[in-house]
Design a protein around this ligand. Structure first.
Ligand code: NDP
Ligand code: 2IT
Length: 450
């Protein structure tokens, strides 16, 4: 990776030398550092204060053994992680991911992205992320509960409502948050807002479940409106994944007048030219915890195709990748561009590879990067924290209206930052710069501990 600034080059080379095997983390860091070239050039204080070398190093990494007993009475061991990346603007905040692909590199990339995303929300939350290589697929409720309890037994020593507030991510939804919250309360004898994404009967916020997918569509709508005088109305939309983010992105895109024609999981994708019937998807995914393949067995006219990558060959106007990192590569980007895609907005974290992003940008496709476009989830988590602190709960409409306002503000903050630094229309650079500026300012203001 080559930088114009000698300072950025030195920081990146050091990062690579120390973390050579952490490919996802280096990918996320390289993108942010590249965006910061003009900022570093115009602000010598960043180098004087060592801000860049500080921001790429987590404040604290916790790695721990999670042992639990399966239904057959056998002892199982997984590895748990919490990366407390940056607390300059608030307590660490970010989700927990349970997936067999979880490594320290994955959690560090997610925690790093979370610093800038959380800053963009305008709310007082720092960056963190955690999780485990535990695979919830095929596990019984009892196994998931025992895993979550064991995971929290260690994690509880490191988190708190004013210290670090985890939430959901891949493999962690309402069921897991419930088990985690129950164990925290048991161990600490405290009823606090230590987790977000809680159930509505015990401190959860209305609209948190919907927030990431809804927020993604509010951001996309604002981008289309401001940059192309366009909207979702009458557009064909392809959404990858079929989890929490994909489901509620489908719901909002449909409400805004779009027709969602495809969803996927890690095995394959469904194509429904008549428009996805979300009640069928919710039954399969949220109630039965089944596979997206079953949609094509239940809905006439829908097709199932093996292999998740093929979803990007479907002709569409708007593409919303909502599954996982690096799911959309250059070949997929070329297929989308050849089919006339107008806008791509990222619901998942870092779903597009760097060459795919470059392809969209050079082809004039509107591109909304994850740390801006999917910030609605964590923003609503911060609203859940506010409600917990006040011991009040707001209506769905109140939370949803705040979410929409936050997403519009994020779009404009990114757009304006890109323009200010001479890269008008580049929302990747805009998001990285706008997210960075507030955190850097707070880090400088708080000084350095010798
Ligand atoms: P879920 O666990 O609810 O759903 C994940 C979906 O992505 C599933 O359809 C899953 O398919 C698919 N998927 C996961 N891993 C892979 C993989 N390696 N290859 C292909 N498909 C995969 O998670 P969420 O919907 O919550 O998260 C989706 C994305 O959105 C993630 O990148 C997450 O970090 C991001 N995100 C989530 C937020 C939230 O509030 N939940 C907030 C902001 C971002 P399968 O069932 O086959 O595994
Ligand atoms: O990636 C993300 O922003 C999340 N998984 C949500 C984090 C949160 O704390 O709500």
């Amino acid at each position: 990776m080559k930088f114009k600034s000698a300072y950025l080059q030195k920081v990146y080379d050091g990062l690579e030398a120390r973390n050579g095997e952490q490919k996802e983390f280096l990918q996320a860091a390289a993108e942010v550092l590249e965006s910061l070239e003009p900022v570093v050039e115009q602000n010598p204080k960043l180098e004087e204060q060592g801000v860049i070398e500080r921001i790429v190093e987590p404040e604290r990494i916790i790695m721990f053994r999670v042992s639990w007993v399966d239904d057959a009475g056998k002892v199982q061991v997984n590895r748990g992680y919490r990366v407390q990346f940056n607390s300059a603007i608030g307590p660490y905040k970010g989700g927990l991911r349970l997936h067999p692909s979880v490594t320290l590199s994955v959690i560090k990339f997610l925690g790093f992205e979370q610093i800038f995303k959380n800053s963009l929300t305008g709310l007082p939350i720092g960056g963190g992320k955690g999780g485990s290589d535990f695979d919830p697929k095929g596990k019984s409720d009892g196994e998931v509960m025992r895993f979550c309890q064991s995971f929290m037994t260690e994690l509880s020593k490191h988190i708190g409502a004013d210290t670090d507030v985890p939430a959901g991510d891949i493999g962690v939804g309402g069921r897991e948050i419930g088990y985690l919250f129950g164990q925290y309360k048991r161990l600490r004898n405290e009823y606090t807002g230590v987790l977000t994404g809680k159930g509505l009967t015990y401190g959860g916020s209305l609209a948190r479940t919907e927030a990431t997918g809804y927020g993604l569509c509010y951001y996309t709508q604002e981008m289309l409106s401001c940059m192309k005088s366009d909207s979702f109305q009458g557009k064909t939309v392809v959404i990858s994944g079929s989890g929490n983010v994909a489901i509620y992105a489908t719901q909002k895109a449909t409400q805004l007048g779009g027709k969602v024609v495809a969803l996927s999981d890690s095995n394959g994708y469904v194509y429904d030219p008549n428009g996805i019937q979300l009640d069928v998807v919710k039954q399969i995914k949220e109630v039965e915890r089944g596979r997206i393949k079953e949609y094509a067995e239940r809905v006439e006219g829908a097709e199932y195709h093996e292999g998740c990558k093929g979803i990007w060959t479907i002709k569409c106007d708007i593409a919303l990748p909502c599954a996982t990192q690096n799911e959309l590569d250059l070949e997929s980007a070329e297929a989308l561009v050849a089919n006339g895609v107008i806008a791509v907005c990222e619901g998942a974290n870092m779903p597009s590879t760097p060459d795919a992003v470059a392809k969209f940008q050079e082809s004039g496709v509107l591109f909304g990067p994850a740390k801006a476009a999917n910030a609605g989830g964590v923003a609503t988590s911060a609203l859940e924290m506010s409600q917990n602190s006040q011991r009040l709960s707001w209506t769905f409409e109140e939370v949803d209206a705040k979410l929409e306002g936050i997403m519009k503000n994020i779009f404009h903050a990114c757009y304006d930052a890109a323009e200010k630094y001479g890269v008008k229309g580049n929302l990747v650079a805009g998001a990285n710069i706008a997210g960075f500026e507030k955190v850097a300012d707070a880090m400088i203001a708080q000084g350095i501990a010798y």
